[in-house]
Design a protein around this ligand. Sequence first.
Ligand code: MN
Length: 457
Amino acid sequence: MKRLFKGGTVVSGRGTKRADVLVEGEKIIAVARCINDADAQVIDVSGMLLMPGFIDAHTHFDLDVAGTTTADDFASGSMAALRGGTTTVIDFACPNKGETLQQGLALWRQKAEGKCCCDYGFHMTIDDWNDTIERQIDEMYAAGISSFKMYMTYPAMMLDDETIYRALKKLKEKGGICGVHCENSGVINALTAEAKSAGAMGVGSHYRTRPDYLEAEAVARLLRIAQAVDVPVVIVHLTCTAALREVENARRRGQKVYVETCPQYLLLEQSAYDSDDWIHAARHVCAPPLRTPSDQRVLWAALRRGEIQTVSTDHCSFTTEQKERGRGDFTAIPGGLPGVETRGELLYSAGVATRRISLGTMCKVLSENPAKLYGMYPRKGTIRAGSDADIVVYDPQADHMLRAEEMVGRAGYTPYEGFITRGSIAQVWLRGELAVDDGTVLAHANGKYIPRGKCNL
Ligand code: MN
């Protein structure tokens, strides 16, 4: 079965060009100014932008955390992803404490297989370090897992500096890449205890106990550890100017540093935590917390200059009912926001349409860079002959309002309720099949596991 996307504008990291796209089966077989093929079904995409399927390299589906489980599993999460133009997610596999990486991988495969509607891969979480785990790093590569995650905070998962050093050293030997959650755990614990003993149990204490400089401190420390190992690292969900300055310092001394941010840090403000409406405030709880408008401006400028490589979502959704667990104790609010369903339209609307970033930059941070950084390029992340036919058909004229009731994610709310988009996702094609048409998800649970190779960004 051949399909010919005719009359559209193809977007890449370098910009746009008028081109037709010919697809056969799951693959793109030609991209050229004018293609005619009598055997192909023609899809008229005149006036539309064709973007490579978005990649979300930071999701948490079916995750047990804080005594509960995320509202979205791989079925609903991947349907939400597709609706938002995301054709591939990389979720964080996380072994239970004391279990091996192999057990963690088996657990996550079981969660995803036969349920996931988009393509998927896994980062492996390293939450402990011993000879068994060190040996299993090799097995992870054999299973197509080339990226890892470490935490400098959260008691259940955090690693000390020596362990981070040892783990990075092993990953360097294998050419692996590691994303790190950077926040200073000890001082946050102390500030949290102080807030609690002062009776400051409201949501506002969430951001007051996790200030920007404690994120910056952890970023700086991680980057010094990476300097000692001489290995590139990924700062995941970077939120603020102070942390970005530490990245700039490391780059000035010659280190390679990759930076990820998320739509919530570009668009939502910490003032939400001080809302009189408790549930409104609680719905915004995530870590690191939302920051200030000044931080947002700095992040947008860094995106424009190419200093931030990826925009992922950290999708970690909880229902209002689940958020209610923390009424009376801000530390018991499950942390995380839904985001996988809205990222593409938000970045186009708030970034491209307002000229904060170019279409090329949008394509880089949503598709091309994550594909390269996480070893899937050029199978994913680009519209060219030989690549998977993952295509987002974007209609720049079809403005609409984001409304939770239209969404397929299970949080039941969106932090972007009422946001008027510029344009909208008209269709999403996953490996040559129509997966979303005008907001309706058609795809079934036939997402493929994508084994990944080494970082080449
Ligand atoms: Mn996360």
